[in-house]
Each structure stands twice: as structure tokens, then as C-alpha cells.
Design a protein around this ligand. Structure first.
Ligand code: FE
Length: 212
């Protein structure tokens, strides 16, 4: 049985970026529903007792959609922080090398995330095939881990992520999102991606969802 992860911060602490009401719905209802659906769908199947990432990589249809949405939301909620935080060290150097400058990275990130059509996600990933940092936009539940791309940062651009606080204004949500990125978490994901490759993705998911 999978359980809903806990959030590592006070949901009242995000100012005009996200309200506690948004977290109550987004984490307490949407994320919880993906967990519940996944548990119901895998009952009496070969997926019982399997690791979350294994399920994502070997399923399709409803099981894939709910398993991937559990992972995508787990990761999203770790990518934000109530406290301002700066990108530094090896990750900063890698972003400057790949995107020219941090300003350009930000501009391309916001442009890319604004351009995801309908419900989906916008990711910064480490591509294990060419060892490069790159952006990936995905629709609905799709997740880059099925393509052996390691998530470093993600923003949820489903309307349920921002409608309560920003109504239809996705770009306004993205500007605020950018000022609440947990760069320490992103840097750690990058460090582990370089060290452990795709194994780092399973390690992350298994820490949140120990197999019982
Ligand atoms: Fe969401």
C-alpha cells in the first residue's frame, strides 16, 4: 500500500504564491486521490509490492497515470520552499554553461512552462543519454523518468495547481514559483543524478514510499 507523503513545510508560509487552501486541495485531495486510486488499481495484480518507479516504467492506462501522478506530485512538492534560496555551486555552473546565463535559464523556463498546452508539467532534467541538462514538457501524467531522464526540477501546470490563488494566470503563478524554487533540493537531485544515474530516482521514491 502506498501512502501520501507528508509535506516538509508549513503550508501557510508561502505568502501570495500559494495559499493553505491550495495545499489542502492539491496535496490533501488531488495527490491523495492518486495514491488511493493507485492502491485500488494494483490490488490483486502483479504490481503489488513493487517499487513506485518500477510500476511507472512497466504499466500503462490507469495504473500508469496514477503511479506517475504520485511521483510527479511527490517531486513537485519538494521543488518549492517558503524561504528564498539561491542556486549555487556545480548546478549554477552547469545551468550557466547550458543556458548561457541564469537570466536566460529563467526566461526559457517560464516560456516553456507557459507553453505547455492544457494540463501537464514542465521539467528540468538530466539526460543520461547525452549527459546534458534540458527542458521537457509533458502532458497529463507523463513523466520524463520513462525516457531515462532524471528530474531535477518540475512545475505543475495543471490548473488545480494555481487556480485558487492565480485564477487562469499561469504566467503570474510561474513568476512566483520561480522565487520559491528549493534550489538546495534541485542541487541535491543533480549531485545524485551525476553519481547514481537513474538509480537516484528509485532511491528518492523509495525513501518516500518504503516497500512494506
Ligand atoms: Fe497537481
Amino acid at each position: 500500500m502506498f501512502e501520501l507523503r507528508q509535506l516538509p513545510y508549513d503550508t501557510n508560509a508561502f505568502g501570495d504564491f500559494l495559499s493553505a487552501e491550495t495545499f489542502n486541495y492539491h496535496h490533501g485531495k488531488h495527490h491523495q486521490t492518486y495514491v488511493n486510486n493507485l492502491n485500488n488499481l494494483i490490488k490483486d495484480t502483479q504490481f503489488v509490492g513493487k517499487e513506485l518507479v518500477d510500476i511507472i516504467k512497466t504499466s500503462n492506462g490507469g495504473i500508469f497515470n496514477n503511479a506517475a501522478q504520485v511521483y510527479n506530485h511527490d517531486f513537485y512538492f519538494d521543488c518549492i520552499t517558503p524561504n528564498a534560496c539561491e542556486v549555487k555551486g556545480d548546478l549554477k555552473a552547469a545551468l550557466e554553461k547550458e543556458f548561457g546565463s541564469l537570466d536566460n535559464f529563467k526566461a526559457e523556463f517560464i516560456k516553456g512552462a507557459t507553453g505547455v498546452f492544457g494540463s501537464g508539467w514542465f521539467w528540468l532534467v538530466y539526460n543520461t543519454k547525452n549527459q546534458k541538462l534540458e527542458f521537457v514538457g509533458t502532458s497529463n501524467a507523463a513523466t520524463p523518468i520513462t525516457e531515462d531522464k532524471i528530474p531535477l526540477l518540475v512545475v505543475d501546470v495543471w490548473e488545480h495547481a494555481y487556480y485558487v490563488d492565480h485564477r487562469n494566470a499561469r504566467p503570474a503563478y510561474l513568476e512566483k514559483f520561480y522565487t520559491h524554487i528549493n534550489w538546495d533540493f534541485v542541487a541535491k537531485a543533480y549531485e545524485w543524478a551525476l553519481k547514481e544515474g537513474m538509480g537516484s530516482v528509485s532511491f528518492y521514491a523509495n525513501e518516500l514510499h518504503p516497500i512494506k
